[in-house]
Design a binder for this molecule. Structure first.
Ligand SMILES: *Cc1c(COP(=O)(O)O)cnc(C)c1O
Length: 385
């Protein structure tokens, strides 16, 4: 149907890419909460902007096409998207989550959904036999990230999807770190894809939003109902920013990944660095699986400095690379998972799953790689004790 074959074109022309009312090449920001109806009982397409808004609908059609699903849903944040998906479950249900899952996903299950008697357990989703042994009758879904935050742990998505199908439960993948440009879980058999669109999809660190994609009519009906009932939708302007961001996703990611590959090799050979976590490095955990299911290793790297480097001094010494939460923007960002993104996970659990106090997570931006590496190198030198 479309007059293009490749995702690079779909990023620009996918979904509803021109305005149906004016032909404008960009879908306008329909900044309205409601719509004038033609008469009582007459048919109308637009009703109220929690239920539907043309700018948001264009974004939803775009992400559905990019992920290869049948329907997309937009939310005011990644956590609102994840909350909507978790609202599919009820009292007595249990969800298996991967051990390096996003801290906020753990927190919402641990502190919010627990009030509704929806349980969870943290599993090593790289060990499929162990994972299968945890599928008891109350388990209704497996939620994974690959690569998972922040150790970039790779899980075999096709295998998890097959396992879920075999047991009649749902597979859910948080595809934030890869985006559909690098990895498309629905094509691997996964039921539900969620995104923090705040990251690479938006790409400019100027919008907080979330997305969900499904590939099944019953799930589409249920999620549309949850989205409209719970109401965590993004406004038209944020929807516009995401459509705009997604147009350059391909060129941005090509550069992000090129820089990340160089940074990973550089850090791997640095005398101050104990370990580099990057699924694009031969020999990394899950390297072969990642190669099979994704275009490349993405642009997120974690690394651990030796104990004789002062981590606080390292962060203080950076001048170009910013210490900040979040990732996936054009600018390079670093964070300290143990005290920032994963602070919600108890200390003992963090130690057990490898999120040590010396771990640094780097979201490699699209600046000159030479400037990025010079900044890291200087900060490392200044932090040596
Ligand atoms: C940031 C993030 C989220 C949460 O998204 P928000 O937009 O911050 O609500 C969920 N999953 C992953 C992997 C993330 O990086």
């Amino acid at each position: 149907m479309a007059n293009y074959k490749y995702i690079d074109s779909a990023l620009i022309h996918g979904g509803i890419s021109t305005d149906e009312f004016t032909g404008a090449v960009n879908v306008p920001i329909y900044q309205t909460s409601t719509y004038r109806q033609t008469g009582l009982g007459e048919e109308f397409k637009w009703e109220y902007s929690r239920t539907g808004n043309p700018t948001r609908t264009a974004l939803e059609a775009l992400i559905a096409e990019l992920e290869g699903g049948t329907a997309g849903f937009a939310f005011g944040s990644g956590m609102a998207a994840i909350t909507a998906v978790l609202s599919l479950f009820g009292s007595g249900d249990k969800i298996l989550i991967s051990s390096n899952v996003y801290g906020g996903t753990f927190r919402v299950l641990d502190k919010v959904f627990s009030h509704f008697n929806i349980g969870y357990s943290i599993e090593d989703t790289t060990d499929l036999a162990a994972l299968e042994s945890k599928i008891t009758p109350e388990v209704k879904a497996i939620l994974v990230e690959s690569p998972a935050n922040p150790l970039l742990t790779v899980t075999d998505l096709a295998a998890v999807a097959a396992l879920a199908k075999k047991h009649g439960i749902l597979s859910i993948v948080d595809n934030t770190f890869m985006t559909p440009y690098l990895q498309r879980p629905i094509g691997l058999g996964v039921d539900i894809v969620v995104h923090s669109a705040t990251k690479y999809l938006g790409g400019h660190s100027d919008v907080v939003a979330g997305l969900v994609v499904v590939n099944d009519d019953a799930l589409t009906q249920r999620l549309a109902f949850i989205q409209n009932s719970t109401g965590g939708v993004p406004g038209p302007f944020d929807s516009f920013l995401l459509i705009r961001g997604i147009k350059t996703l391909g060129v941005r990611l090509d550069r992000h990944v090129e820089n990340a590959e160089k940074a990973a090799r550089y850090l791997q050979n640095h005398k101050a660095v104990k370990k580099v976590y990057y699924p694009g490095l031969p020999g990394a955990q899950g390297y072969e699986i990642n190669k099979r299911q994704a275009k490349n290793g993405g642009a997120m790297i974690s690394f651990e400095l030796y104990e004789n480097y002062d981590i606080k001094k390292f962060f203080k010494s950076l001048r170009l690379v910013a210490l900040a939460e979040s990732l996936g923007g054009v600018e390079s960002l670093v964070c300290h998972p143990a005290s920032m993104t994963h602070a919600a996970i108890p200390y003992e659990v963090r130690q057990r799953i490898g999120i040590t106090d010396g771990l640094i997570r780097l979201s490699v931006g699209i600046e000159s790689i030479d400037d990025i590496l010079a900044d890291l190198d200087r900060a490392i030198a200044e932090s040596e004790e």
